[in-house]
Structure formats: C-alpha cells, structure tokens
Ligand binder design. Structure first.
Ligand SMILES: *[C@@H]1O[C@H](CO)[C@@H](O)[C@H](O)[C@H]1NC(C)=O
Ligand SMILES: *[C@@H]1O[C@H](CO)[C@@H](O)[C@H](O)[C@H]1NC(C)=O
Ligand SMILES: *[C@@H]1O[C@H](CO)[C@@H](O)[C@H](O)[C@H]1NC(C)=O
Ligand SMILES: *[C@@H]1O[C@H](CO)[C@@H](O)[C@H](O)[C@H]1NC(C)=O
Ligand SMILES: *[C@@H]1O[C@H](CO)[C@@H](O)[C@H](O)[C@H]1NC(C)=O
Ligand SMILES: *[C@@H]1O[C@H](CO)[C@@H](O)[C@H](O)[C@H]1NC(C)=O
Ligand SMILES: *[C@@H]1O[C@H](CO)[C@@H](O)[C@H](O)[C@H]1NC(C)=O
Ligand SMILES: *[C@@H]1O[C@H](CO)[C@@H](O)[C@H](O)[C@H]1NC(C)=O
Ligand SMILES: *[C@@H]1O[C@H](CO)[C@@H](O)[C@H](O)[C@H]1NC(C)=O
Ligand SMILES: *[C@@H]1O[C@H](CO)[C@@H](O)[C@H](O)[C@H]1NC(C)=O
Ligand SMILES: *[C@@H]1O[C@H](CO)[C@@H](O)[C@H](O)[C@H]1NC(C)=O
Ligand SMILES: *[C@@H]1O[C@H](CO)[C@@H](O)[C@H](O)[C@H]1NC(C)=O
Length: 439
C-alpha cells in the first residue's frame, strides 16, 4: 500500500497537534465552544477561522490574567470574539476594555474562584454561574457593589443570606437549585432597593414571605422552598408585579382578599401549598391574567364563574382542592384555554347537559340536585347509557378529530395518558411473561 505524500502527512499531523493544543487550553469553564478557539497553527484549515489575535488583547491585562486563572480560554480576545451565549461582554473604554458581563457554565470541578481574580473583575455588572460547583468566596466590595445582575444555578455549592445581601445594587437576582442558609428572605432582599426581578427557588429557604418587598418588582419566584405562614396582604402593594410563583412551599391561610390589587399580574402559581378558604372575588379584577395555578391546596367554596369573563386567561389549574358545587363553565370557555384542570375535587361535579363526559374532566357528573353522582367518571363516555346525546352535542362543536386535537388541549392530554398507561401495562405484562419463561 503506497504511503500518502509526506506533505499531506505533515499537515495532518500539524492539524492534529493544533487541535490537541486548542483542546488542552479549553475547559468546560465557559460557554465559549471549543470551535471558536483559534488554533495557533501555521496551516490554514478549511474551516473559517479568524486570524489569531492571541498576542495582543484589548482587554485589560489584569482581567485577562483573571480569566486565565478561572480556566477561561483567552487565546482569542474575549472582547472581540462573537461570544456565544454572551459568555463575555466588554465595555469600550481605552486603552483597555473591561469586562461587563461574564457567564460561566459547565465548569470543571477543579475550578476555584479566588479573591484576587474576583477583585480584578470588579467592573462586572452581570455575573452568572450555571453548573459550576466551585466553592463560594467572599466577593470583594467593589464587585459586590458593581453587580446589577447575579445568577447562580446549581452552582457555588451553598450560599448564605448574608453573602447574597451584600449585592445591594442588583436589579436581577436568580438563585436556583442552590441551598441558601438564611433565617428569612428579608435578610437577602432587605437592602436591595433596585431589585426588579427575583428568583430564589429550590433553595431550601425557611421563614416567612417578607411583608415589605420593593414596589418595583416585576417578577417574584420563591417556588420550591420551605416558606411558611400566610401570604402577606401587603403583597398587594406590588402593582408592577407581572409574575408571582410561590408554588411548592408550606404556605397556609387564605389567599388575601386584596389579591386583585396586583393589577399587572400575568402569571401566578400558588400551587402545592396548604392554602384554604375560597378564591377571592378580587381575582376577577386582574385584567391581564394569563396563567393561574392554584392546584394542590385545600381551597374550598364554589368555583367562581368570573373566570369566563377573563379574556386573556389561557391556563387554569384548580385540581386537587376541595371545591364543591356545579362547575360553572361551558365548552366555549374551555376551548379558549390551553390548559384546564379541575380533577381531584371530590365534591365538584359537571352538568351533563352543558358538558360532555367525553371531556374527562376527572370529576363526577351532577345529579339533579347539583351534587356529584357516584361513582366518579372513571367509565368510558361512549359506553355510558345516557351519554349518547351529550356526545353528539359535543361532536357538533368539533367535527373532525384533527381540529379537536389542535383546539382542545385537555382531551389530547387525557388520550395521551390513556395510551401511555395502556402501553405501560402491556410492557409490564410482557416483562412478567418473559421473566416467567426465563426462570
Ligand atoms: C452545559 O451542559 C449541558 C448538559 O451537559 C448542555 O445541555 C448545555 O448546552 C451546556 N451549556 C453550555 C453553555 O455549554
Ligand atoms: C447577548 O447580549 C445582547 C445585548 O446585551 C442581547 O441582545 C442578546 O440577546 C444576548 N444574547 C444571548 C444569546 O444571550
Ligand atoms: C467536561 O465535561 C465532560 C462531561 O461533563 C467531562 O467528561 C469532561 O471531563 C470535562 N472536561 C474538563 C476539561 O473538565
Ligand atoms: C451601588 O450602591 C452604592 C450604595 O449602596 C452606591 O454608592 C454605588 O454608587 C452603587 N454602584 C453602582 C455601580 O451602581
Ligand atoms: C435544608 O435545611 C435543613 C435545615 O434548615 C437542613 O437540615 C437540610 O440539610 C437542608 N437541605 C438541603 C438540601 O440543603
Ligand atoms: C446555617 O447558618 C447557621 C447560623 O449561621 C448555622 O448555625 C447552621 O449550621 C447553618 N446551617 C447549614 C445547613 O449550613
Ligand atoms: C421605582 O422606580 C421608580 C422609577 O422607575 C423610582 O423613582 C422609585 O424610587 C422606585 N421605587 C422603589 C420603591 O424602588
Ligand atoms: C413556578 O415554579 C415551578 C417550579 O419552580 C414551575 O414548574 C412553574 O412552571 C412555575 N409557574 C409559573 C406560573 O411561573
Ligand atoms: C372553607 O375553609 C375555611 C377555612 O378552612 C372554613 O372556615 C370554611 O368553613 C370552609 N367552607 C366550606 C364551605 O367548606
Ligand atoms: C406565562 O404563562 C404563559 C401561559 O402558560 C406561558 O406561555 C408564559 O411563558 C409564562 N410567562 C412567564 C414569564 O412565566
Ligand atoms: C358559554 O358561557 C358564556 C359565559 O357564561 C356565554 O356567554 C356563552 O354564550 C356560553 N356558550 C354556549 C355555547 O353556551
Ligand atoms: C344543567 O343545565 C341545564 C341547562 O342549562 C339547567 O336547566 C339545569 O338546571 C342544570 N342542572 C344543574 C344541576 O345545575
């Protein structure tokens, strides 16, 4: 077999070498993909790479060294490359530019943050960590004050409320999937007077929801913690609040009657708490409400009819509560929603002259007194004795099944679950058979 021409061999070798060099200078520390790191190789590769600028960067050399100490590849000027995911953004000052934004993700496990490196990065206004298991260090005061946005997702192992509270100039704070040891959220938020958006979720935070939150907040997400007590009625002061997520905590008591004062609300979840009492009437006054999730609480009373008047509503989840009475909705309303759930309310029922059993709402049909008929609607709609007139009524509304699939979310979901369940049962039976054979 003839050997390939030596020149080809050589360039292949060089290519291999240069690739290896590039990879060895690269870690999982940043969002900068390996492909954008210029290869310091003399051969021109067929892939379009910009000429190497490794010898002179416009970035402040101190910051360049800091980036290197954080395992961030700096072979190419971090200020001029089209940085994917905005891993690094710089300002335009001269003679040296400075970093204003740094996003670290998927860091290697041996990445360590040092005070010295962070000190020279005190021009950052935005800093984020995603999947970076480095140990947290005390931020230098300059950096703590300059940050406007701080994100920590499944990173820095564990934080404390005091540590976070030093970032007083934040407008955006996101801490998710990191335990935060604090006696309460007021410790973290009490001095952040410019805050607009806060997420502290899945962070094992205890205590109460602070009575005094910044009036200018637009997004609040405290889901997945161990917050207790009532939802404070002073929350209603947040008239700019567009989304509120307090789901999966241990909140109790009633939803404040003045909840409807939160006039900017679009998305709300109070799901998976221990809230009781009825749905406050004032909710009908939320003009922009799109998404309301009150599922898995102990809410009672009847389901208010005013939901049908809320023109923007697309998602309504009231399942697993203690609502009673006749469901006050018709098909017109339900078709307008993308998600509608009311199952798991034992004393709730639907009027079969208004709604078909085919909707599989997960609640019983009403008798003539408006009480749930037993047994609850586990049976198939088409086999029921009296359900034929209903289904023809219903079929009137959506003639073809494809149209039905597009327009009617809940039914599709039910069908999917049914198919999924039967496949599962089949699989189990099949596996049992096989294992019997084998033994
Ligand atoms: C980080 O890793 C995850 C999972 O391995 C991957 O989906 C994601 O795209 C990575 N992110 C970046 C910015 O490289
Ligand atoms: C990068 O930053 C610019 C300007 O701040 C922003 O418009 C853009 O959406 C960002 N891109 C990504 C992928 O985050
Ligand atoms: C990058 O991440 C992958 C998968 O998480 C891992 O196998 C690899 O060793 C990491 N590389 C470095 C340099 O840390
Ligand atoms: C941050 O806040 C402090 C006071 O808490 C203020 O003196 C400083 O100017 C602010 N810095 C920035 C960059 O906004
Ligand atoms: C949550 O906090 C409790 C004590 O407050 C602690 O025992 C537990 O380990 C914490 N859980 C996590 C995941 O950090
Ligand atoms: C949380 O902080 C308190 C007081 O600083 C300390 O006693 C406790 O051990 C810490 N808990 C955890 C789980 O780190
Ligand atoms: C809310 O923002 C306005 C301007 O956007 C500002 O004047 C006001 O002081 C802020 N209020 C609070 C409580 O931060
Ligand atoms: C609330 O948070 C949970 C989990 O953190 C999430 O699944 C849900 O989509 C959020 N709901 C809203 C309305 O933001
Ligand atoms: C609803 O719950 C509240 C608080 O638990 C209770 O006081 C009230 O009697 C209940 N109302 C109904 C109709 O069950
Ligand atoms: C609000 O809810 C809608 C509908 O469920 C969803 O499409 C949208 O992403 C949500 N927005 C926020 C900010 O959670
Ligand atoms: C459904 O209910 C709404 C409001 O209650 C009503 O305006 C509409 O006419 C009803 N549609 C049908 C088909 O009954
Ligand atoms: C069911 O709806 C029909 C027609 O709207 C009405 O006449 C009847 O009273 C309702 N039944 C119950 C139990 O609400």
């Amino acid at each position: 077999m003839p050997s390939p021409p030596p020149s080809l061999c050589l360039s292949l070798l060089l290519l291999l070498l240069s690739t290896a060099t590039a990879i060895s200078t690269t870690t999982n520390a940043t969002t900068i993909p390996k492909a954008t790191i210029p290869t310091p190789s003399p051969i021109s590769s067929p892939t379009p790479t910009t000429p190497s600028t490794s010898t002179h960067s416009t970035l402040d050399p101190k910051q360049l060294r800091a980036l290197q100490s954080l395992d961030i590849p700096t072979a190419k000027d971090p200020c001029t490359q089209p940085s994917p995911h905005n891993a690094t953004l710089c300002d335009a000052s001269s003679p040296f530019r400075h970093l204003v934004s740094l996003h670290l993700s998927n860091c290697s496990t041996d990445l360590s943050l040092t005070y010295t490196a962070l000190k020279s990065l005190s021009t950052l206004t935005s800093l984020s960590f995603t999947n970076c298991p480095a140990s947290p260090v005390r931020f230098p005061a300059d950096l703590a004050l300059s940050l406007h946005s701080f994100t920590c997702i499944h990173s820095l192992r564990h934080l404390t409320g005091v540590w976070l509270s030093r970032l007083v100039n934040l407008t955006d704070l996101t801490v998710t999937n990191v335990p935060v040891n604090t006696s309460g959220l007021y410790v973290v938020l009490g001095n952040m007077h410019k805050l607009r958006s806060v997420t502290i979720s899945n962070a094992n935070v205890t205590g109460y929801i602070p009575k005094h939150l910044n009036y200018n907040l637009t997004h609040v997400d405290f889901s997945g913690n161990r917050l207790k007590g009532k939802i404070p009625s002073s929350l209603s002061m947040l008239e700019n609040l567009e989304s509120l997520n307090l789901s999966s905590n241990t909140l109790a008591g009633e939803i404040p009657t003045n909840f409807g004062d939160l006039i900017s609300l679009k998305n709300v979840s109070l799901a998976s708490n221990s809230l009781s009492g009825s749905v406050p009437d004032s909710i009908s006054a939320l003009p922009d409400l799109i998404h309301l999730d009150l599922s898995s609480n102990q809410l009672n009373g009847t389901i208010p009819k005013f939901f049908t008047e809320m023109k923007k509503l697309r998602y309504l989840n009231l399942e697993n509560n203690q609502f009673h009475g006749v469901l006050p909705f018709n098909l017109t309303f339900m078709k307008r929603l993308e998600v509608f759930k009311v199952g798991g309310n034992a004393d709730l029922c639907y009027n079969h002259t208004v709604l078909s059993s085919k909707l599989k709402l997960g609640i019983a049909r009403c008798d003539k007194h408006g009480l749930p008929m037993s047994p609850p609607p586990a049976r198939d709609g088409s086999s029921g004795d009296e359900s034929e007139p209903d289904s023809s009524d219903y079929d009137d509304g959506d003639d073809t099944s494809s149209k039905k699939d597009q327009k009617h979310g809940p039914n599709k979901v039910v069908l999917g679950v049914a198919i999924g369940l039967s496949s599962l049962v089949f699989l189990i039976v099949f596996l049992v058979c096989i294992s019997r054979r084998c033994s």
